[in-house]
Write a protein that binds this ligand. Structure first.
Ligand SMILES: CC(=O)SCCNC(=O)CCNC(=O)[C@H](O)C(C)(C)COP(=O)(O)OP(=O)(O)OC[C@H]1O[C@@H](n2cnc3c(N)ncnc32)[C@H](O)[C@@H]1OP(=O)(O)O
Ligand SMILES: CC(C)C(=O)C(=O)O
Length: 561
């Protein structure tokens, strides 16, 4: 065994392009898109799609807005051949959509390919052959000249066959397979020869597609290679320069974006990055990256979960929960500081503002997702997340110091159970702690004394005892506290007061949050009632009951009801 096994690998070589321009380029428009889900994606599946799945995928791609769709390798299998026939014969191809099919540079395969396309209005015939040194040497056993000849001969053959089926508007794509592992000068030689053999014009361009069949360099090297081709190939004005990245190093998206900056016009890939090995380029990722820069991608992902369901059904492969833009967890923050920032940014945001929500690069609603899962609470969460959930799901707008108090209570529960808490769990904890829903009746009678002061008579169940309250003050709260203090050894003071309405119309409720000083302790009480004064009095009782449970409340007189 080798002592240093890494020494069997060769490092990729940088490209000499000192005046490279791509690093300063900004992408300001969407590329032409080609979905190869039904070809490169399909050929990588454990079980290739059956006709039902193929059609469902095709229809989804059309619905998303793809105008060029590679639908298969019709000479490879009867299933692929029949699918192309079905699309054509059943009129499944909309007028503004062009199908594309792949073939090797072998006459019988090309003949079969043309057979599959009889009757199509438009089609792109896509020819490939490997050009990289290892493929020339090991797989094809051909010299450079023979490779050029292979490509040119079969391009000419396709041209002739296309001329024999004039009812179809044929376009042509050529891929020097393994371009990213090939000497640039040789790629240019093959591509120029093929372009000449096809004879494109600026009005009827050839598609030259540069694949990273296997990604084996950093994306800047691929960008250099694309820019070099963009600047050196002949008849550039008659060429649509396309790229076809794979994702072996996990940088397929970066490679595609840098390639666009380097001069590529068109991108091939699959939805959510299905495809050989680590997959093809993820087209959704690129499209939505553009979207978040204010560039319309021309593809519709406004119901991204529908697309995901379709892709999972057709590919019989799951999409990872952390997959960009679509994963189940990608709009969810668990950690406290993220939740805090999101909550504050949502509160500060006004209709029509630029989207600037920290930790949320895109508005989930733009993709048909809700804000429900944006914040989830576990042991990493803080007050921001907890209060966001109670506010968004139950309309509870806790004042800041109550948020701090309540988050410590939640943390205690979390430390005991260690599980995620949903909004309903938080509401249960809140209700249990502050006794909101089952608050004891107060039966308050609020009146006005001769001197204009407010009078309150009520009964208050303080856990330890039910007491009768009879007080007078500047308002109902003041009067109630005055009445309470006459009977309490531990004196009560109201430090802060917040209230808001919950719901509207006949069912509207007021929620009051009162911060109390009870002896040496400071704590909150919460009250809910259809009457705002009663909600406040209930909040005081709620706080005192909590104080009693902690043993910090002492009565002076035992004046029971
Ligand atoms: C990077 C890519 O994704 S390219 C697309 C790859 N996709 C597929 O291969 C899926 C569909 N393919 C198939 O079903 C089959 O490979 C077929 C039907 C096309 C051909 O099958 P077979 O004739 O049995 O050949 P096989 O698959 O073993 O291919 C190898 C032969 O094709 C030759 N070959 C490979 N690529 C090409 C090409 N682009 N042009 C011409 N010949 C080629 C090889 O040199 C080899 O030739 P040899 O038999 O003389 O050694
Ligand atoms: C046929 C070509 C474009 C291909 O699929 C690849 O090189 O990955």
């Amino acid at each position: 065994m080798l002592k240093q096994p890494h020494l069997k690998y060769r490092a990729f070589a940088p490209i000499s392009l000192p005046d490279r321009r791509w690093p300063g380029v900004q992408i300001t428009q969407a590329p032409l898109w080609l979905s190869t889900d039904l070809r490169d994606g399909n050929q990588a599946l454990i079980e290739p799609m059956d006709p039902e799945r193929k059609l469902r995928m095709f229809q989804m791609l059309v619905k998303i807005g793809f105008k060029e769709i590679e639908v298969g390798f019709p000479s490879a299998s009867q299933t692929d051949f029949d699918f192309v026939r079905m699309l054509i014969e059943d009129g499944q191809i909309p007028d503004d959509v062009t199908i594309q099919v792949l073939t090797q540079a072998r006459q019988p395969l090309i003949e079969r390919t043309f057979e599959s396309l009889v009757g199509a209005k438009r089609a792109v015939v896509h020819l490939y052959n490997a050009v990289a040194p290892v493929m020339r040497r090991v797989v094809l056993g051909m010299t450079e000249d023979q490779i050029v000849d292979l490509a040119v001969t079969h391009t000419a053959m396709i041209r002739e066959m296309a001329a024999r089926q004039p009812e179809t508007d044929f376009r042509f794509e050529y891929s020097p397979e393994m371009f990213s592992g090939t000497e640039l000068a040789f790629s240019k030689r093959v591509v120029d020869a093929v372009t000449e053999a096809w004879g494109p014009t600026p009005e009827r361009k050839i598609i030259i597609n540069l694949p990273t069949t296997v990604e084996h360099s950093t994306p800047n090297v691929f960008a250099d290679m694309v820019e070099w081709m963009h600047r050196h190939i002949e008849r550039r004005e008659s060429v649509i320069l396309s790229v076809h990245p794979h994702n072996d190093r996990g940088t397929g998206t970066a490679a595609a974006e840098l390639a666009l900056m380097a001069g590529a016009d068109r991108i091939e890939g699959c939805l959510f990055g299905n495809g050989e090995r680590t997959g093809n380029l993820d087209l959704v990722n690129i499209a939505l990256n553009l979207y978040t820069q204010g560039v319309p991608p021309g593809l519709d992902f406004s119901d991204i979960d529908e697309v995901r369901r379709c892709v999972e059904h057709c590919n019989q492969l799951p999409v990872h929960p952390r997959h960009p833009y679509v994963g189940e967890l990608v709009y969810t923050s668990f950690s406290g500081s993220h939740q805090d920032a999101i909550k504050k940014a949502f509160s500060a945001r006004k209709e029509g503002d630029i989207w600037e929500i920290p930790y949320l690069p895109i508005d989930p609603k733009d993709l048909g997702r809700s804000y429900e899962a944006v914040i989830r609470v576990n042991s990493q969460s803080g007050k921001g997340g907890i209060s966001y959930l109670l506010e968004s799901e139950y309309g509870i707008e806790m004042p800041r110091r109550l948020q701090i108090e309540f988050s410590q209570i939640v943390q205690g529960v979390m430390d005991t159970h260690g599980k995620e808490l949903g909004a309903a769990d938080l509401w249960q904890i809140f209700d249990r702690e502050y006794g909101v829903k089952q608050a004891p009746a107060l039966q308050p009678q609020i009146g006005t004394a001769e001197d204009g002061q407010t009078t309150v008579q009520a009964q208050a169940d303080l856990c330890v005892r039910m007491i009768k309250v009879d007080g007078q003050g500047r308002g109902p709260i003041d009067a109630f506290v005055e009445g309470l203090n006459k009977q309490l050894q531990t004196q009560v003071r109201v430090l802060d007061y917040h209230e808001h309405a919950l719901g509207s119309g006949a069912d509207a409720q007021a929620v009051a949050y009162l911060e109390l000083r009870v002896g040496e302790a400071t704590l909150f009480g919460v009250g809910m009632d259809s009457n705002i004064a009663s909600a406040s009095l209930k909040a005081i009782v709620s706080g005192l009951r909590r104080a009693a449970q902690r043993g910090v409340l002492k009565l002076v007189r035992l004046q029971t009801v």
